[in-house]
Design a binder for this molecule. Structure first.
Ligand SMILES: Nc1nc2c(ncn2[C@@H]2O[C@H](COP(=O)(O)OP(=O)(O)OP(=O)(O)O)[C@@H](O)[C@H]2O)c(=O)[nH]1
Ligand SMILES: [Mg+2]
Length: 311
């Protein structure tokens, strides 16, 4: 969702800046040295400034994204790294400006150039960890789903491994990874459905929340926390999936406790379904579905549409 350019590390930035300077080959040693210093300054000033501006302005973000980014990246670290990059940009500018003046007066302008390259390199190496952190943050932000706050939103929630991704695939355009181990889904997965009404096309967003365990919030891992954040800010409806076959590896009791907690904690309508009805069925009085045979899925779709008042 957030488009940010690749963040180069210190070595790559220095290669880029010194590479530009290397192309300046004409003039006296003095004018060459001054030209090179100006090229290095300009390249680093522009590039570092672009990095700082490319990250979203966090205070104006929707609270859902603020909370999500805090979990997946860490807001304080992110702000600190952006601050460090801005500090380096200013420092490089000051060093370059002084060096340009000095080179103009100096006997040996090339010597000034060499010393300045050394000082600029050391500033960039000082912030290398921040640059690496920002490049990782960029990759995480790129994967962050782009959620439309105006579109009706259904969250698929439940214990790990119960079939949330399988159901998301049947209900929407999403192509999630499905596997027989828990916590396959490690972030929020978004899918869409378009419904043709007589006069207009309506959209529904489906979001798979990563698997949740029935345990206190402080004990939850960062994968679960993303699901809680989504539940807090986004759903018009929750489809809670239970695996009564217990192939998921968790007891029915824990799954039902989680369902009760979600009902208590979030002020949202919940449809509970029992998945994997091809293996068992009858353990609960919820709507029975099977992602393997497709049994019950059409009825679930109808119930979702009714609850969202789209039928
Ligand atoms: N027999 C049967 N197996 C199913 C059904 N639905 C899902 N499975 C299997 O259950 C396993 C978990 O399915 P997923 O859809 O990945 O479950 P998930 O809830 O998204 O899992 P996590 O993302 O790890 O929390 C996979 O091996 C699926 O093939 C079903 O209706 N019947
Ligand atoms: Mg999944």
């Amino acid at each position: 969702m957030f488009r940010i350019p690749t963040i180069l590390d210190a070595d790559e930035l220095l290669d880029k800046a010194f590479g530009r300077a290397k192309k300046i080959t004409t003039g006296t040693p003095k004018t060459r040295a001054v030209g090179k210093l100006m090229a290095v300054k300009k390249t680093l000033d522009t590039t570092l400034d672009k990095y700082v501006r490319a990250f979203p302005s966090f205070d104006s973000l929707h609270p859902f994204y603020r909370e999500l980014i805090d979990i997946t990246i860490g807001m304080d670290k992110l702000k600190k790294s952006l601050g460090a990059v801005d500090w380096a940009r200013k420092k490089v500018n000051t060093i370059s400006n002084k060096a340009i003046k000095k080179a103009k007066r100096a006997e040996d302008a090339i010597q000034v150039l060499k010393e300045t390259y050394g000082r600029i390199s050391s500033v960039l190496y000082q912030i290398n960890d921040h640059l690496v952190f920002l490049e990782n943050a960029r990759r995480t932000l790129r994967k962050t789903p782009s959620i439309d706050m105006e579109t009706p939103t259904v969250i698929l929630a439940g214990y790990p491994n119960v079939g949330k991704s399988s159901l998301l695939k049947l209900l929407s355009s999403a192509e999630p990874v499905i596997a027989s181990y828990p916590f396959t889904t490690k972030g929020l997965v978004l899918g869409h459905v378009e419904i043709d009404e007589r006069y207009e096309k309506r959209k529904i967003q489906f979001i798979e929340a990563p698997g949740l365990l029935d345990r206190p919030h402080e004990k939850r891992n960062d994968i679960e926390r993303q699901g809680i954040t989504a539940l807090r800010y986004l759903p018009d409806l929750v489809v809670f999936i239970v695996d009564a076959s217990l192939h998921c590896g968790y007891t029915l009791e824990s799954q039902l406790n989680l369902l009760e907690e979600i009902r208590d904690e979030f002020d949202v309508e919940v449809i509970a379904v029992e998945n994997k009805a091809d293996i068992t069925g009858g353990a609960t009085d919820f709507l029975k579905v099977s992602c393997t045979t497709g049994h019950g899925v059409a009825q679930l779709k109808r119930e979702i549409m009714e609850k969202l008042e789209l039928l």
